[in-house]
Design a protein around this ligand. Structure first.
Ligand code: ARG
Length: 406
């Protein structure tokens, strides 16, 4: 679809529609991005670079980013992520260029290194590891099936109920189909293994290095019984199934992490009925009347869980954000972008979920540009869903392409 241009970035409308590259779009997007890179970084040599890239695209259908272009492009992809409230930190993203690592073994080793780097002893830093770009017209050269590098299993029981994270039932079953052996005694917080697939290797189950996974047991400063609920969460959210697109080039294997906002765990992961569903449990322990809605027992319970999350992470020395500080920082990001003469691309509805939502700065700021520019990070189909998993593997797709070339 056509890409209207704002300043020097190409944008697509409506949100959520991911551009996939026809050769012409690749060249237009490449131009936009290289112009952005040279302007914002104050680099000479734009005309030469454009000519070089045009030639490379004509020859191969794509082009290779320099390391500097890749690093800056990844930062801008974060800056453009309309749902992220933590973007004031975009320029500080640590980018690990691992485009030359293409085997399951090599990728697994780099994912482990990513966990250690992101974790940073609990002082979590924002990190992205970029593997080889997709092959145009064929598909990713590597893919991680998991939504995130650290997630808990959802074990479906015979009666249909789920032990663990219900959002991970399909991924858990996909790992089982691929030969993964679950722990002998199933629990609510069992780590899912990684499933990694490359252009030369079928989907492969790889255990997550346990010692690299930091977890925080949840307790509450005023309610000693809270610890008895035996709730916990992992310290590091590493999204591993989004496709980064920079200047017409797709990177389907580019896991990245920030640090948690308390609400993500306290409100959604613990509170959602389709997740750990703890509101009624906590409300009951608090002695609240859950037989009627006008006691606001849900709000009360969710507040207590959020307090527990922030308290426990702080106690454990693990970086975490509270919604008010984060919302104020987002206003700073808006001011920065406006000073730089750029539109603030954002999705209001994603920036403002919180227990005390109306007290957030960003709630009262409503003037965002709702288009979605590239570079950006795009949602992909879940590789572990039975239908997607039944399609050709990456190896089969790349084999067909190689044969057609011979
Ligand atoms: N909401 C997701 C989760 O609970 C994490 C999304 C990314 N969050 C972040 N703070 N970078 O796991």
């Amino acid at each position: 679809m056509a890409c209207p241009v704002t300043g020097s970035v190409s944008v697509v409308e409506p949100a959520d529609e991911a551009p996939v590259g026809a050769a012409a779009d690749v060249e237009a997007e490449a131009q936009d991005f290289l112009r952005l890179f040279h302007t914002e970084r104050n680099r000479p040599g734009l005309a030469e670079r454009l000519a070089q890239v045009r030639e490379e695209i004509a020859l191969t259908g794509s082009y290779r980013h320099t390391r500097e272009e890749l690093v800056y492009g990844a930062k801008v992809a974060w800056r453009h992520s309309v749902r992220c409230v933590g973007r004031v930190r975009w320029a500080g993203l640590k980018v690990r260029d691992r485009r030359n690592v293409t085997t399951v073994r090599g990728i697994a080793r780099e994912l482990a290194a990513h966990l250690a780097t992101g974790d940073n002893g609990g002082r979590i830093q924002s990190v992205m590891t970029v593997f080889a770009p997709d092959r145009p017209g064929v598909g990713p050269r590597a893919r991680i099936w998991n939504d995130q590098l650290i997630r808990y299993c959802g074990h479906r029981r015979a009666d249909g109920s789920v032990l663990g994270d219900p959002a991970q039932v399909a991924m858990t079953e996909a790992a089982l189909r691929l030969g993964w052996r679950p722990p002998p005694v199933l629990g609510r917080f069992d780590l899912l293994p990684w499933v990694i697939e490359t252009a030369a290797e079928d989907p492969t189950v790889v255990p997550v290095p346990r010692e690299l996974v930091r977890e925080v047991a949840l307790s509450h400063p005023d309610h000693p019984w809270f610890a008895d609920l035996m709730l916990r969460w992992h310290a590091l959210p590493v999204i591993s199934n989004m496709r980064m697109r920079i200047g017409g080039v797709d990177y389907s294997c580019a896991p990245f992490n920030g640090h948690y906002l308390g609400d993500e765990i306290g409100t959604r992961n613990m509170g959602d009925t389709a997740r750990y569903d703890q509101l009624r449990v906590v409300a009951t322990a608090l002695g609240l009347d859950t037989s009627r809605e006008d006691t606001l027992w849900r709000e009360h319970a969710v507040l207590v869980i959020n307090q527990a999350v922030l308290h426990s992470f702080r106690l454990a020395g693990v970086r975490v954000s509270d919604p008010h500080t984060e919302s104020e920082l987002f206003m700073k990001f808006c001011a920065q972008e406006e000073r730089a003469g750029r539109p603030v691309f954002a999705d209001w509805s994603w920036l403002n979920g919180s227990v005390g939502w109306a007290a957030l700065h960003a709630v009262h700021h409503r003037y965002y540009d709702v288009r979605v520019p590239n570079p950006n990070l795009w949602q992909t189909d879940r590789a572990y869903d039975p239908e997607a998993a039944a399609e050709l593997t990456l190896r089969e797709r790349h084999d067909i392409a190689r044969k057609q070339e011979d």
